[in-house]
Structure formats: C-alpha cells, structure tokens
Write a protein that binds this ligand. Structure first.
Ligand code: FAD
Ligand code: NAP
Length: 304
C-alpha cells in the first residue's frame, strides 16, 4: 500500500512526487515513457524562470534527478483504470494492480492534429502546436494559424509580435473565439483571414514548410499560398480515459478540481494539463504539482 501514486512524469507529476516524498511518505511515480512528458518534444524552453534557455530534455532530467534522492519509486506502466474501493485507490496497468491511499493524476493533454498530408512530415520543421514556445523562431515570416477558437486567435495575436503577417484559416465564416479576442484580431493590421476553408496539404522542401494548399468548403475551389510556418490550434484533448469511472471530469474529459487540486473523489487529485484550467504551461504544471503534493500530505496525515 502506497501513500501516494502519481500517474505521469511530466513537470506536474514530477513536482507532485517530489513534494509528497519530501513529506516522508511512500510515493511511486508511474509513467509509460521517459520522464519529462511534453517537455521531451520541446527543443528550447525560454520561459521557465531561472533559465534563459534550456532544452526540454535537459529540464526534464533536472526535474527528475532529485526524485531518486528523496526515495520516489519509479514504476513503468500504462495505466488503464483508476477505481475507488472503500477509500482505497486501485490502479490497474495491463499486467499489474497497485493499491494506494491517494492518487495524483498528471497525465497531461494531447493537441489534436489535422491529419492532413505534410503535417507529420514537417512537424518541428515549420509545423507547430505552440506559438508561445516556437513563435520567436519565425521572426519576419508569413505564418498560417489553423482554427477559429480562443487558442487560434489568441496565439495568432501573440505571433504578430514576431511575424511579418499572420493568416488565420477557419473552416466556417465566423470565429468561435471570445468576442474580445475577435475584435483585437480584426483590428490588428498584421492579421488577415481565409474563411470557409480547410487545409488540404502542407508542402515544403527538404528543410522546411514553404506553402499550404487550401480548399474552400463552399465553392470547392483549391488554392495555394506561401507560408514559412503553420501553427495548428484545432483543440486539445485531455488524457483522462483512465478516470472515466470516477466521474471527476467535465463532458470533454478535463478533470475538475478545487484550488488544492482535489477532485470530487476524496484522495484523488489532478494536476497539470489534464486539469480544467486556462493556462497550460510548465510553470503552471509545476505549481499544480506542488499544491497537490501538499494537499495529499495534509489529507493523509489528518485522516481525510
Ligand atoms: P505532460 O507533460 O503531458 O506529461 C504527462 C505525462 O503523463 C507524460 O509523460 C505521459 O507519458 C504520461 N501519461 C499519460 N497517460 C499515461 C498513462 N495512461 N499511464 C502512464 N503514464 C501516462 N510550456 C512552457 O511552459 N514552455 C514551453 O516552451 C513549452 N513548449 C512546448 C512545446 C511543445 C511542442 C509542446 C507540445 C508543449 C510545450 N509546452 C511548453 C507546454 C508544456 O509542455 C505542458 O504544459 C506541460 O508539459 C504539461 O505538463 P504535465 O505534467 O501536465 O503533462
Ligand atoms: P476549441 O475551442 O475547441 O476550438 C478549436 C477550433 O478549431 C474551432 O474553431 C474548430 O472549428 C476548429 N477545428 C476543430 N477541428 C478542426 C479541423 N479538423 N479542421 C479545421 N478546424 C478545426 O479549442 P481551443 O481554441 O484550443 O480552446 C480550448 C479550450 O480552451 C476552450 O474552452 C477555450 O475557451 C479555452 N481557451 C481559453 C482561452 C482564454 O480564455 N483566453 C484561451 C485559449 C483557450 P469550429 O469552430 O468550426 O468548431
């Protein structure tokens, strides 16, 4: 019986495990891959305090190193389900079952992909899902943003700081984004729109993206335009299927918590990108992790 099992070794999970371990409780970190989560897919991180520039894998290792010192047990596995039986949390992977007093879910979110030709080929070579992370690398270029929600419009506005121009392509003729973001985008001289259109193919040379082919969904007209980068914001999906029986998510699968990261089920906490919140970044993931670690400690020592 563990005091706490943390599921997912991204920045949120690693921080949660550190805080529980520093409270001298028996804690395991259960992960399906290498520690670091989405940070492992990030070449340069420029917005984590304390580092002017650090690579994602290096920051991952720096977060991971102290865990061993404080006695965090590492378990490899893909969690399939978490259930609650009379207060004991049962965690099942394909071939193992674990029991714990508390569980911290830190399984992150996955950006949706468009699934068009060229998208995978040019990933990290002009195709990006994170303007905050990659925007500065596209200084002076003509960029395309795909999507019509808050993320697409907000990130298009952010990209105008670096880009020569930003084009938003949306599959309908009106945006889904909040009105205030729409107004800002319409008023920004660097932003223009392609309406009623979808991306058919992202094309490029041996090195990077050079142009994008569109289809107008109303007229069926095909057109091609030159772009130096394509930022895709067609929504995020939470990685939360393993908690579906606990009833702690909203309809879209985001886990709902209070300010202490407690969910509606006593002894179950959620942190980082999988949680219902506004800003999904490493800094906020780490803050969630610390908060949940302390909440779990307080709940265990006070007997819930
Ligand atoms: P994640 O990092 O997603 O980690 C979740 C972990 O859970 C993963 O390791 C996964 O393998 C594991 N997991 C999932 N399901 C299971 C399961 N069933 N069983 C076992 N393990 C499981 N943020 C910044 O602040 N600065 C940046 O520069 C920046 N750049 C980014 C660049 C890219 C390309 C991307 C994709 C994201 C970037 N972000 C950046 C966002 C940042 O990486 C995330 O906000 C952060 O990683 C979220 O941390 P997390 O711990 O909640 O989840
Ligand atoms: P979203 O609200 O789900 O919007 C996704 C957008 O992508 C929609 O415009 C959708 O078109 C479009 N889309 C989806 N699939 C597509 C496809 N296959 N091809 C082309 N277009 C496609 O996602 P999001 O913008 O990432 O926002 C996610 C959540 O975070 C939302 O709740 C949002 O409000 C919140 N958020 C809030 C803020 C803020 O408050 N400042 C900022 C960012 C995000 P349709 O409109 O036609 O469906």
């Amino acid at each position: 019986m563990y005091d706490t099992i943390v599921i997912g070794a991204g920045p949120a999970g690693m921080t949660a495990a550190l805080y529980v371990a520093r409270s001298n409780l028996k804690v395991a970190l259960l992960e399906q891959g290498a520690p670091g989560g989405q940070m492992n897919n990030t070449a340069d991180i420029e917005n984590y305090p304390g580092y002017e520039l650090i690579s994602g894998p290096e920051l991952s290792m720096k977060m991971y190193e102290p865990l061993e010192k404080f006695g965090v047990e590492n378990i490899y596995g893909i969690v399939e389900s978490i259930t609650d039986k009379d207060g004991v949390k049962i965690i099942k992977t394909a071939d193992q079952t674990y029991e714990t007093k508390t569980v911290i879910v830190a399984t992150g979110a996955k950006h949706r992909t468009l699934g068009v030709l060229g998208e995978a080929t040019y990933a990290s070579r002009g195709v990006s899902y994170c303007a905050v992370c990659d925007g500065a690398f596209f200084r002076g270029q003509d960029l395309l943003v795909v999507g019509g929600g808050d993320s697409a419009v907000e990130e298009a506005l952010f990209l105008t700081r670096f880009a020569n121009s930003v084009t938003i392509v949306h599959r309908r003729d009106e945006l889904r984004a909040q009105k205030i973001l729409q107004e800002r985008a319409f008023a920004n001289p660097k932003i223009r729109f392609i309406w009623d259109s979808v991306v058919r193919e992202i094309k490029g040379n041996d090195i990077k993206v050079t142009e994008v082919e569109f289809e107008n969904v109303k007229t069926k007209e095909i057109s091609t335009q030159a772009f130096g980068g394509v930022f895709i914001y067609v929504g995020l999906d939470p990685v939360s299927s393993m908690v579906k029986d606990l009833g702690i998510t909203d309809e879209a699968g985001w886990i709902e918590t209070d300010n202490h990261m407690r969910t509606a089920v006593s002894g179950v906490y959620a942190v980082g990108d999988v949680r219902k919140k506004d800003l999904r970044q490493i800094t906020t993931a780490v803050g969630d992790g610390a908060t949940a670690g302390i909440a779990a400690y307080q709940d265990i020592t006070s007997g819930f």
